[in-house]
Write a protein that binds this ligand. Sequence first.
Ligand code: DGL
Length: 273
Amino acid sequence: MDASPDSPIGVFDSGVGGLTVLDECLARLPPEHFVYFGDTDWFPYGDKSPEQLRGRSEAIARWLVGQGAKLIVVACNTATAAALAHLQTRFDVPVMGVMTAESQAAVQSSRSRRIGLLATEATVASGSYQRMIIAHDAGAEVTAVACPGLASAIQRDSPYDEEIVEMVRDYTAPLRTARVDTVILGCTHYPMVEKLIRRNVPADAVLISSGEEIAREIAVTLERQGMLRPGGEGDYRFACSGDPAAFRSIGSRFLQMPFGDVEQVDPGFIDVA
Ligand code: DGL
Protein backbone atom coordinates (compact mmCIF):
# COMPACT_ATOMS: atom_id res chain seq x y z
CA MET A 1 0.00 0.00 0.00
CA ASP A 2 1.46 3.38 -0.98
CA ALA A 3 1.92 5.95 1.76
CA SER A 4 -0.49 8.89 1.73
CA PRO A 5 -0.91 12.03 3.91
CA ASP A 6 -3.18 9.91 6.10
CA SER A 7 -0.45 7.33 6.80
CA PRO A 8 1.30 7.36 10.18
CA ILE A 9 4.80 8.57 10.99
CA GLY A 10 6.96 5.72 12.37
CA VAL A 11 9.29 6.54 15.28
CA PHE A 12 11.77 4.27 17.05
CA ASP A 13 14.33 4.26 19.83
CA SER A 14 16.04 1.67 22.03
CA GLY A 15 13.42 2.35 24.70
CA VAL A 16 11.60 5.31 26.19
CA GLY A 17 14.14 7.99 25.16
CA GLY A 18 12.44 8.62 21.82
CA LEU A 19 9.34 9.72 23.75
CA THR A 20 11.13 13.05 24.24
CA VAL A 21 11.03 13.32 20.44
CA LEU A 22 7.51 11.95 20.12
CA ASP A 23 5.99 14.41 22.57
CA GLU A 24 7.47 17.37 20.69
CA CYS A 25 6.05 15.88 17.47
CA LEU A 26 2.63 15.36 19.06
CA ALA A 27 2.58 18.99 20.18
CA ARG A 28 3.81 20.43 16.87
CA LEU A 29 1.91 18.12 14.49
CA PRO A 30 -1.50 17.44 16.12
CA PRO A 31 -3.21 16.06 12.97
CA GLU A 32 -0.54 13.39 12.36
CA HIS A 33 -0.84 9.70 13.32
CA PHE A 34 2.20 8.08 14.96
CA VAL A 35 3.41 4.52 15.59
CA TYR A 36 6.21 4.34 18.18
CA PHE A 37 8.48 1.32 18.66
CA GLY A 38 10.68 1.01 21.78
CA ASP A 39 13.33 -1.69 21.43
CA THR A 40 13.38 -2.50 25.15
CA ASP A 41 14.48 -6.09 24.59
CA TRP A 42 17.71 -4.86 22.96
CA PHE A 43 18.22 -1.90 25.28
CA PRO A 44 20.75 -0.32 25.70
CA TYR A 45 22.04 0.53 22.23
CA GLY A 46 25.00 2.48 23.65
CA ASP A 47 27.15 -0.64 24.05
CA LYS A 48 26.23 -2.32 20.71
CA SER A 49 28.43 -2.46 17.60
CA PRO A 50 27.56 -0.48 14.45
CA GLU A 51 26.83 -3.79 12.60
CA GLN A 52 24.39 -4.94 15.28
CA LEU A 53 22.68 -1.55 15.25
CA ARG A 54 22.35 -1.50 11.45
CA GLY A 55 20.83 -5.00 11.34
CA ARG A 56 18.36 -4.34 14.12
CA SER A 57 17.42 -0.84 12.88
CA GLU A 58 16.69 -2.20 9.40
CA ALA A 59 14.41 -4.87 10.89
CA ILE A 60 12.55 -2.27 12.96
CA ALA A 61 12.22 0.13 10.01
CA ARG A 62 10.83 -2.73 7.92
CA TRP A 63 8.21 -3.38 10.61
CA LEU A 64 7.29 0.33 10.67
CA VAL A 65 6.94 0.41 6.88
CA GLY A 66 4.72 -2.68 7.22
CA GLN A 67 2.53 -0.55 9.54
CA GLY A 68 2.14 1.89 6.63
CA ALA A 69 4.66 4.53 7.80
CA LYS A 70 5.04 7.48 5.39
CA LEU A 71 8.22 8.68 7.11
CA ILE A 72 10.54 7.08 9.63
CA VAL A 73 12.15 8.97 12.50
CA VAL A 74 15.20 7.41 14.11
CA ALA A 75 14.58 8.99 17.53
CA CYS A 76 17.86 7.71 18.91
CA ASN A 77 21.28 9.30 18.49
CA THR A 78 23.10 5.98 18.79
CA ALA A 79 21.06 4.35 16.01
CA THR A 80 21.28 7.52 13.90
CA ALA A 81 25.09 7.51 14.13
CA ALA A 82 25.35 3.82 13.24
CA ALA A 83 22.46 3.21 10.87
CA LEU A 84 20.83 6.32 9.38
CA ALA A 85 22.76 6.28 6.09
CA HIS A 86 22.20 2.53 5.78
CA LEU A 87 18.43 2.90 6.30
CA GLN A 88 18.19 5.73 3.78
CA THR A 89 19.57 3.41 1.09
CA ARG A 90 17.10 0.65 2.00
CA PHE A 91 13.70 2.36 2.04
CA ASP A 92 11.61 4.48 -0.33
CA VAL A 93 10.03 6.59 2.41
CA PRO A 94 12.12 9.43 3.93
CA VAL A 95 14.19 8.32 6.92
CA MET A 96 15.17 11.14 9.26
CA GLY A 97 17.54 11.00 12.18
CA VAL A 98 18.51 13.23 15.03
CA MET A 99 21.95 14.98 15.23
CA THR A 100 22.14 17.23 12.15
CA ALA A 101 19.70 19.86 13.39
CA GLU A 102 21.14 19.84 16.93
CA SER A 103 24.68 20.31 15.62
CA GLN A 104 23.59 23.30 13.63
CA ALA A 105 21.55 24.72 16.52
CA ALA A 106 24.55 24.32 18.85
CA VAL A 107 26.84 26.23 16.49
CA GLN A 108 24.22 28.95 16.06
CA SER A 109 23.69 29.39 19.79
CA SER A 110 27.32 29.25 21.00
CA ARG A 111 29.01 32.62 21.46
CA SER A 112 32.24 31.24 22.95
CA ARG A 113 32.35 28.42 20.31
CA ARG A 114 33.00 25.95 23.16
CA ILE A 115 30.37 23.25 22.79
CA GLY A 116 29.79 20.29 25.10
CA LEU A 117 28.30 16.95 24.10
CA LEU A 118 26.82 14.30 26.40
CA ALA A 119 26.03 11.02 24.60
CA THR A 120 26.34 7.23 24.75
CA GLU A 121 29.69 5.47 24.25
CA ALA A 122 28.70 4.38 20.72
CA THR A 123 27.64 7.89 19.68
CA VAL A 124 30.81 9.55 20.99
CA ALA A 125 32.98 6.80 19.46
CA SER A 126 31.34 7.29 16.05
CA GLY A 127 32.61 10.90 15.99
CA SER A 128 29.45 11.92 14.10
CA TYR A 129 28.51 14.90 16.25
CA GLN A 130 32.08 16.15 16.32
CA ARG A 131 32.23 16.02 12.49
CA MET A 132 28.87 17.74 12.04
CA ILE A 133 29.72 20.56 14.43
CA ILE A 134 33.04 21.15 12.71
CA ALA A 135 31.27 21.12 9.32
CA HIS A 136 29.18 24.07 10.55
CA ASP A 137 32.06 25.87 12.31
CA ALA A 138 35.59 24.65 11.70
CA GLY A 139 36.78 26.74 14.66
CA ALA A 140 34.42 25.24 17.25
CA GLU A 141 35.90 23.33 20.19
CA VAL A 142 33.93 20.24 21.12
CA THR A 143 34.18 18.57 24.53
CA ALA A 144 32.53 15.18 24.01
CA VAL A 145 31.73 13.06 27.07
CA ALA A 146 30.56 9.44 26.83
CA CYS A 147 28.09 8.63 29.63
CA PRO A 148 27.98 4.83 30.08
CA GLY A 149 25.04 3.69 32.18
CA LEU A 150 23.20 7.02 32.17
CA ALA A 151 20.42 5.99 29.74
CA SER A 152 19.96 2.73 31.70
CA ALA A 153 19.72 4.63 34.97
CA ILE A 154 17.04 6.85 33.44
CA GLN A 155 15.12 3.91 31.95
CA ARG A 156 14.46 2.15 35.21
CA ASP A 157 11.79 2.41 37.79
CA SER A 158 13.10 5.29 39.91
CA PRO A 159 15.53 7.49 37.99
CA TYR A 160 15.85 10.24 40.61
CA ASP A 161 18.18 8.67 43.14
CA GLU A 162 21.64 9.52 44.48
CA GLU A 163 23.38 7.26 41.93
CA ILE A 164 22.06 9.22 38.98
CA VAL A 165 22.84 12.53 40.68
CA GLU A 166 26.45 11.34 41.09
CA MET A 167 26.62 10.17 37.47
CA VAL A 168 25.40 13.50 36.14
CA ARG A 169 27.82 15.36 38.40
CA ASP A 170 30.78 13.25 37.15
CA TYR A 171 29.88 13.27 33.47
CA THR A 172 29.38 17.02 33.40
CA ALA A 173 32.71 17.80 35.14
CA PRO A 174 34.69 18.10 31.86
CA LEU A 175 32.05 20.53 30.57
CA ARG A 176 32.53 22.76 33.61
CA THR A 177 36.31 22.63 33.18
CA ALA A 178 36.02 23.51 29.48
CA ARG A 179 33.56 26.35 30.33
CA VAL A 180 31.25 25.44 27.47
CA ASP A 181 28.30 27.76 26.82
CA THR A 182 26.23 25.25 24.86
CA VAL A 183 25.53 21.59 25.68
CA ILE A 184 24.03 19.06 23.30
CA LEU A 185 21.97 16.40 25.05
CA GLY A 186 23.12 13.83 22.49
CA CYS A 187 20.93 10.97 23.68
CA THR A 188 17.16 11.16 23.57
CA HIS A 189 16.94 9.80 27.14
CA TYR A 190 18.82 12.74 28.65
CA PRO A 191 16.09 15.44 28.42
CA MET A 192 14.28 13.30 31.02
CA VAL A 193 16.88 14.49 33.56
CA GLU A 194 17.35 17.92 32.04
CA LYS A 195 16.95 19.75 35.35
CA LEU A 196 19.68 17.65 36.97
CA ILE A 197 21.97 18.37 34.03
CA ARG A 198 21.15 22.07 34.13
CA ARG A 199 22.24 22.28 37.79
CA ASN A 200 25.64 20.87 36.86
CA VAL A 201 26.66 22.77 33.74
CA PRO A 202 27.77 26.44 33.63
CA ALA A 203 24.79 28.57 34.67
CA ASP A 204 24.42 30.40 31.38
CA ALA A 205 24.80 27.29 29.17
CA VAL A 206 22.12 26.66 26.57
CA LEU A 207 20.93 23.03 26.41
CA ILE A 208 20.07 21.64 22.97
CA SER A 209 17.97 18.51 22.62
CA SER A 210 16.67 16.53 19.69
CA GLY A 211 12.89 16.75 20.10
CA GLU A 212 12.22 20.30 19.15
CA GLU A 213 14.75 20.38 16.30
CA ILE A 214 13.57 17.19 14.59
CA ALA A 215 9.85 18.02 15.02
CA ARG A 216 10.48 21.21 13.06
CA GLU A 217 12.39 19.30 10.34
CA ILE A 218 9.63 16.69 9.99
CA ALA A 219 6.99 19.39 9.55
CA VAL A 220 9.02 21.07 6.79
CA THR A 221 9.78 17.77 5.00
CA LEU A 222 6.15 16.61 5.00
CA GLU A 223 4.94 20.01 3.87
CA ARG A 224 7.38 20.16 0.97
CA GLN A 225 6.39 16.67 -0.11
CA GLY A 226 2.67 17.44 0.13
CA MET A 227 2.37 14.70 2.77
CA LEU A 228 1.10 16.65 5.79
CA ARG A 229 -2.18 15.31 7.15
CA PRO A 230 -4.46 18.26 6.52
CA GLY A 231 -6.62 18.34 9.64
CA GLY A 232 -8.39 16.53 12.43
CA GLU A 233 -6.72 15.01 15.47
CA GLY A 234 -4.19 12.23 14.88
CA ASP A 235 -3.79 9.15 17.05
CA TYR A 236 -0.68 7.45 18.37
CA ARG A 237 0.10 3.93 19.46
CA PHE A 238 2.98 2.02 21.00
CA ALA A 239 4.82 -1.24 20.48
CA CYS A 240 7.93 -2.59 22.18
CA SER A 241 10.10 -5.70 22.02
CA GLY A 242 10.35 -6.30 25.78
CA ASP A 243 7.75 -6.41 28.55
CA PRO A 244 4.79 -4.19 27.49
CA ALA A 245 3.66 -3.53 31.08
CA ALA A 246 7.12 -2.26 32.09
CA PHE A 247 7.32 -0.09 28.97
CA ARG A 248 3.90 1.36 29.67
CA SER A 249 4.70 2.10 33.29
CA ILE A 250 7.97 3.92 32.55
CA GLY A 251 6.73 5.51 29.33
CA SER A 252 3.59 6.96 30.84
CA ARG A 253 5.72 8.70 33.47
CA PHE A 254 7.66 10.54 30.79
CA LEU A 255 5.18 11.19 27.98
CA GLN A 256 3.17 14.19 28.95
CA MET A 257 0.05 12.71 27.31
CA PRO A 258 -2.25 9.72 27.90
CA PHE A 259 -0.62 6.37 27.12
CA GLY A 260 -2.72 3.61 25.55
CA ASP A 261 -2.07 -0.13 25.28
CA VAL A 262 1.34 -1.42 24.23
CA GLU A 263 1.73 -4.25 21.71
CA GLN A 264 4.68 -6.63 22.03
CA VAL A 265 6.51 -7.14 18.71
CA ASP A 266 9.67 -9.04 17.77
CA PRO A 267 11.03 -7.27 14.67
CA GLY A 268 13.87 -9.80 14.23
CA PHE A 269 17.30 -9.00 12.84
CA ILE A 270 18.63 -8.55 9.32
CA ASP A 271 22.17 -9.66 8.68
CA VAL A 272 23.73 -6.68 6.92
CA ALA A 273 27.38 -7.61 7.46
N1 DGL B 1 18.20 6.99 23.44
C1 DGL B 1 19.36 6.50 22.79
C2 DGL B 1 20.15 7.63 22.14
O1 DGL B 1 19.58 8.64 21.81
C3 DGL B 1 20.33 5.60 23.46
C4 DGL B 1 20.20 4.94 24.75
C5 DGL B 1 20.80 3.54 24.69
O2 DGL B 1 20.06 2.67 24.26
O3 DGL B 1 21.98 3.35 25.04
O4 DGL B 1 21.33 7.51 21.92
